[in-house]
Design a protein around this ligand. Structure first.
Ligand SMILES: [Ca+2]
Ligand SMILES: [Ca+2]
Ligand SMILES: [Ca+2]
Ligand SMILES: [Ca+2]
Length: 290
């Protein structure tokens, strides 16, 4: 039944692609790869003696630039492992369709680190519920952080997370062992970061755009989350959670249709929407019967 529904979905896709459409409006996902030899706006307070620096030796080899942040672990400026960005990572995450943030992380120090992100709007802060445990092995590790209420906890202020994401003023990357936190632990550390990427909602095949190629990966995430994670290295909810409730399930199908018809077909074609709904509807029915 699933096989037949997938064929129906692909047929709908082909029919849509055959329709006359306006130019594609592709939303690319933002990435900080540090190849311009700068720190791309990732800083600490101006009095810190150990600001992040651009270094060579990232995940792709000796010529790959990354940023390194050192913390002293001794009381005073620069004691805590934390850095922030108020430039290209500020703004309206919802309008930009950002579902989460992924990055490559390395720990060049002597103790394990507990990496989280935190976002601020005005004086309200939210931080990652779960830390990414970064061993002190000097190796590069891929980490991804979600931005929903299932992923983050409010640690200061009372603005709802959905409102914070409409106007983020600051984002932080930090190590906090004991729970969600936006200040970072006082710890002696040397930590590397590269390829900080804004995960695009709907880009389920992780190639940087949202188009009809994402339907197969969405279906994989729906029918077999472990297989999806094995193939793409991410929980499916970090890409396919179009209604942003922290999971990817059948309720996310209408949102995917919205993104596909809005992003790919500049002026939505009623016929195209009908065809896509027809294909996805078949899939829904098939899965529920099964
Ligand atoms: Ca790099
Ligand atoms: Ca520092
Ligand atoms: Ca894609
Ligand atoms: Ca969802």
């Amino acid at each position: 039944m699933i096989g037949r529904s997938l064929r129906a979905l692909r047929l709908a896709t082909l029919l849509i692609l055959a329709l006359p459409t306006s130019a594609a409006a592709i939303v690319s996902h933002q990435i900080d790869d540090f190849e311009d030899e700068s720190v791309m706006g990732w800083v600490e307070g101006a009095v810190s003696p150990d600001m992040p620096t651009n270094e060579e030796g990232g995940p792709a080899g000796p010529d790959d630039n990354y940023i390194e942040n050192v913390s002293t672990g001794v009381f005073g400026p620069g004691a805590n492992l934390v850095m922030f960005n108020t430039s290209q990572w500020a703004g309206d995450y919802t309008a930009a369709n950002v579902a989460g943030i992924s990055m490559d992380l390395a720990n060049f120090g002597d103790v394990p680190l507990h990496m989280r992100i935190a976002v601020r709007r005005s004086s309200t802060w939210y931080a990652s519920n779960d830390a990414f445990e970064l061993p002190a092995d000097g190796m590069w590790h891929f980490a991804a952080f979600g931005l929903t209420n299932a992923d983050m906890t409010g640690v200061q202020g009372g603005t709802p997370l959905s409102d914070v994401l409409l106007d983020v003023g600051e984002i932080r990357l930090l190590s906090a062992e004991l729970g969600p936190n936006f200040r970072g632990d006082t710890v002696e550390a040397r930590q590397g970061t590269d390829n900080i990427r804004a995960l695009l909602v709907g880009d389920t095949d992780c190639d940087g755009d949202v188009d009809f190629d994402d339907i197969d990966a969405f279906v994989l995430g729906l029918t077999s989350p472990p297989a999806y994670e094995a193939q793409f290295g991410l929980r499916p909810s970090l890409k396919g959670d179009t209604d942003r409730d922290g999971d990817q399930d059948f309720d996310d199908i209408p949102g995917l249709v919205d993104i596909l018809t809005g992003n790919i077909i500049g002026v939505p074609e009623p016929a195209a929407i009908w065809l896509l709904c027809w294909g996805l509807g078949w899939l829904t029915i098939a899965a529920r019967i099964r």
